[in-house]
Design a protein around this ligand. Sequence first.
Ligand code: NAD
Length: 499
Amino acid sequence: MTLVTHFINGAATAPAAGRCQDIVNPASGAVIGRVELAAKATVEAAIAAAEAAFPAWRATPPAKRARVMVRFRQLLEDNADALCALITAEHGKALDDARGELGRGMENVDYACGIADLLKGERSANAGPGIDCWSEFQPLGVVAGITPFNFPAMVPLWMIPLAIACGNTFVLKPSERDPSAAFLLAEIALRAGVPPGVFNVVNGDKEAVDTLLTDPRVQAVGFVGSTPIAEYVYATGTAHGKRVQALGGAKNHALVLADADLDFTVNALMGAAFGSAGERCMAISVVLAVGDQLADALVAKLAAQLAGLKVAPGTEAGCEMGPLVSRAHADKVAGYVAKGVAEGAELVVDGRGLSIPGHEQGFFLGGCLFDRVTPAMTIYREEIFGPVLCVVRVASMEDGMALIDAHEFGNGTCLFTRDGEAARYFADHVKVGMVGINVPLPVPVATHSFGGWKRSLFGDLAAYGPDGVRFYTRRKTVSQRWPSSTVREGAQFAFPSMK
Ligand code: NAD
């Protein structure tokens, strides 16, 4: 049984007395390891290591930092099997899905390989008489990242490459539920040439998070997780003078117009709703079907596909959906299903009570499909974060958009249609940060940035991509003049301007 400690100053810390938590394989329900939960002093040691490493790393030319990123990229590729095995063992998702997650995470390393170009800055020659002016983007110092359980490698990789390529030193606090992938990322980064102290990992819970949010040495905090904690992290971090970006929960709607290609749409919805057991912040959890005729056809086809959905341990060949992350979470999701029934929604497919032979203790739940859900119902309003798809029948595209706009979350949405004019209107007007047109999971590629609207993101900048570079740097603007020794002006008391 493994014990996951912390990775500070280039090495795993020795096992220490203190709080620990079990690591559980969701497919079997078995305890497969333990993770230490850092006390304040341990987090402070990681911050101290990051602070000590900062001056030399800041002074390392961006082009050299980029070369480290190139090696990091290669080593991630070389260690992909090991990383994905850890993801599946501790999170439960299908191995193929783990590979997808890692691939999307590695795109951010690709982007960070261009850091020398990204940090070039802006320059104006002769901004004033004999004056040149430029803006440069300097690293902040020690920055921290706090990440959720559902993407144990990808979300840390939204942060690590840019944070350190920009010249900062980093302390990551991954989810205590599936900490091993992030730990391996730190070991790989060290092998790639990231100097000790530049990338540290502390495992833990609220005590560790609170230390990162209040320690004056930490300049910025990136958070990804549920909305209540995101809001808390944003309020606490900013109250302590830090730059904070806190990404929260979601309730992503797919709006399906009557002219959509039905089979294409159903396939897209199946993957987007039930992939990773619905434990994705970009999962589609609501379908708005325009018109009863479309809704009837859509529900019938979804139900037929759900009957054949292969729910299995993530390591099993052909697995389409693995277990939920924990017994408590599986029970919570089943509780939402019961509530949906109690509140009057029509449960077309009931995934509760599913038992996988040989894996009876696993946290499995079959896909669930509700029809005739209304906006007043709890299953419509709240993020379930499980394999539960709710169909809401609407009369028109306008009615559907009004629901999307009124929802408290605004992470992602998508429209299924063949109508270009409708699609253009939707993309332009809908009040959501990431929009797909016949693309069910519109997660931006790494050269763009990821961010929801409304209560799906607290802060001004989205994650990774161009916004990531801005988040992990601060602008400094320099105006420079070299006066000639022969031409001298007298003192000027009026505010300098161009005459
Ligand atoms: P979570 O909010 O429970 O945990 C996220 C992180 O916060 C973890 O590292 C955890 O240790 C820490 N944390 C938990 N409780 C805390 C507390 N009281 N004080 C301080 N820190 C605390 O989220 P989760 O269950 O790990 O992840 C699922 C959630 O994350 C979903 O709501 C999902 O939508 C969201 N999510 C959002 C995005 C996005 O990009 N918007 C991406 C992935 C996941």
